[in-house]
Design a protein around this ligand. Sequence first.
Ligand SMILES: [Fe+2]
Ligand SMILES: [Fe+2]
Length: 355
Amino acid sequence: MISYDNEIIQQIEADRPKIPVGLLSREEKDRLIERGFVGLYRWYVAKSQQQRNWNPDNSFDWRNMRQDHSPEMIKILEGFFAVEQYVPDYVTTLLKVIRQSHGRSHFHIRWGSEEERHAELWHNAVLFSGRRSGDWLRDYMQELRANMWQLPWDDPVHMIFYTVFQERATQVNYLNTAVIARGQSDLEMYKNSEDPVLAKAAMTIAADEAAHYNFFLEGARLFLYYYPARSIEAIHDVIKYFAMPAGNIIPNYQEFSELVYKSAIYGPREHSKDVVAAALKNLGIAGRKQLEQGIKKTRLVPDNDGNLRETAIFDGIDFPSIQSAVKRIFGRIENYEKETGFWDVDPTHFKPNYA
Ligand SMILES: [Fe+2]
Ligand SMILES: [Fe+2]
């Protein structure tokens, strides 16, 4: 009898599909994503307060900023100032979409406060460059704010992936600006552009953008792990239609975008290599081709319960690395909760989505 049972078990095992099978209900997945976001948000705020608690007015020696920057550099600073002017729209529009999520909405408000100081920092950089007056900046600000930024996507899943790529792109912009301000650009027009005040400003803001990128990346991993099919479609859409925020409403944006390209700050090469390829790699997706293949596979399998269809994509993405990344997220939350005492009263536990 025993050997007969074993035979059956072996047969069942042999017939079992070699793809992971979804274990969790939608409610459970949503609960885990939300717990993950709340945990990450708490961890983020504590870290931000300890390590990046700078002030746009008094953390920089503005009076010693160079007054003889090239007209190109002034235009670049103005462009950064312009993009960061839409913070009220960046905050309010998305907040309405994610307001029911404690973790996402509270993080978003915190994120907005960090973006607000970026707007102030670039304001100060333009003002202390000595090339634009306070009145000029006020007028320009009003001109910019006459237009309102609209969400590129109006659902929370697309937006988490949009912010991943957007924050990474912003970080690359500021890092490459810091290269010029450190006097390390090879370009003729930036030969004598060394300015320690501007370099510190660009590096400080780039560190914020890196922290934003990492937060959104962790959040994106939660979605990718618990809702892979929906997520890869969203990633694909976001990459396909990606545009930098407010590019369509800032006056003369084209000129600015050509200038950052000519300045080796940001162009198609940086976009595809340092942003798209880098972020896909961080998400455990080998490249755009694998993303498209994964989407094709999910469309071949009918889906009634939200799980079966999603299991068809795993040879298109590095699923084990996503799973270990998500376990790491929950591990980090566990450490934070043990430090603060939450663990004793309301612990956040990881649950695998696949067997
Ligand atoms: Fe920013
Ligand atoms: Fe940011």
